[in-house]
Design a protein around this ligand. Structure first.
Ligand code: ATP
Ligand code: MG
Length: 296
């Protein structure tokens, strides 16, 4: 069990995260929040690359910083930007990373073969990565994070740059990996976590706003999401009155999915909210802190 106890993180006078409490058991956790919300900051603390300004993180009751190498042996980590040499093959790259992790050749060789198979790259194991698609590269990234068969696998925006087919494949891979480990992935793309996350964690205003199942999260706005048709010249007025969640052109009219707290009007169809609806509603006032570029 991985626990975050009352963790805050400050960068100088700026507080990126405030009094975070979290608990992770086996399964997939989706850390879902807009840009700049603090996902990477939290993930780097879980990976011991950053240290909490206040509070502590424990694994089975032990402080992860104090566990040092024992913790890192349990950890697999795929950073938001992962570095590799384009001219290397997956085989060569993984052999290099295994050596960095202190694995012997005898240990690394069968493990690499096993992982290349797991991430379905055995056919291109010897090919230069410069010709690989985004999805293939991310699978190499997963393989390197899995070298030590980690109990905790942390992936920071692993689906960035993947095409829809690659996303499906990636989600299936994560589901299978989460059977006997903690898998934490961050993203700002709702559809990457909605089908696979046992629990979704949402950060807002430097705090954990929600940590719950997708089902429970969607229920928070149950009865408030509707669909209706509006004429084009009425769309602007409609949007100023109700929170538009999504819109679709249908023949000459616009089909609008929207949120309204209060009585429904004739012609509105109540619909089951999805996670995307909750995401848009939660961050409707623009939580992005794009003006505060990190000094990474
Ligand atoms: N080293 C740093 N020094 C100062 N501020 C930082 C530093 N790292 C992050 N921040 C700030 O902390 C906040 C959270 O950043 P973080 O990178 O954790 O967000 P994120 O959710 O991962 O965003 P993205 O989706 O863009 O990756 C931002 O406002 C960022 O500017
Ligand atoms: Mg980030």
């Amino acid at each position: 069990m991985l626990n975050v106890h009352q963790v805050s993180k400050n960068f100088g006078s700026f507080q990126a995260l405030r009094s975070i409490d979290l608990e992770f058991a086996n399964g997939v956790y989706g850390l879902l929040a807009p840009n700049g919300a603090g996902k990477t900051t939290l993930i780097k603390m879980l990976a011991t690359l950053l240290f909490p300004s206040e509070g502590e993180i424990t694994y089975n009751g032990e402080n992860i910083t104090a566990m040092d190498a024992r913790y890192r042996n349990l950890l697999g980590y795929l950073p938001q930007q992962f570095g590799y040499y384009k001219n290397d093959s997956p085989q060569k790259y993984l052999t290099y990373i295994a050596a960095l992790k202190g694995m012997s050749q005898a240990e690394a060789s069968p493990r690499i073969a096993e992982l290349l198979k797991l991430v379905a790259l055995e056919d291109v194991a010897g090919k230069k990565m410069k010709k690989f698609s985004g999805g293939m590269i991310q699978r190499v990234g997963i393989a390197q994070a899995m070298l030590n068969d980690p109990k905790i696998l942390i992936l920071d925006e692993p689906t960035a740059g993947l095409d829809p087919k690659e996303r499906v494949r990636f989600r299936n891979l994560l589901t299978s990996l989460a059977r006997d480990r903690i898998v934490i992935l961050s993203t700002h793309i709702v559809s990457d976590v909605e089908p696979i996350a046992g629990e979704v964690i949402m950060i807002k205003d430097q705090r954990i706003l929600y940590k719950d199942t997708v089902d429970h999260l969607c229920r928070r706005i149950e009865g408030r999401v509707f669909e209706t048709y509006v004429e084009h010249d009425e769309a602007e007025t409609f949007r100023s009155r109700y929170l538009s969640l999504s819109e679709k052109q249908e023949s000459s009219r616009l089909k609008i999915r929207f949120l309204h707290e209060g009585e429904a009007m004739p012609g509105w169809t109540p619909v089951m909210p999805n996670l995307e609806d909750l995401f848009i509603y939660t961050y409707r006032d623009g939580q992005e802190q794009e003006d505060k570029e990190p000094a990474k």
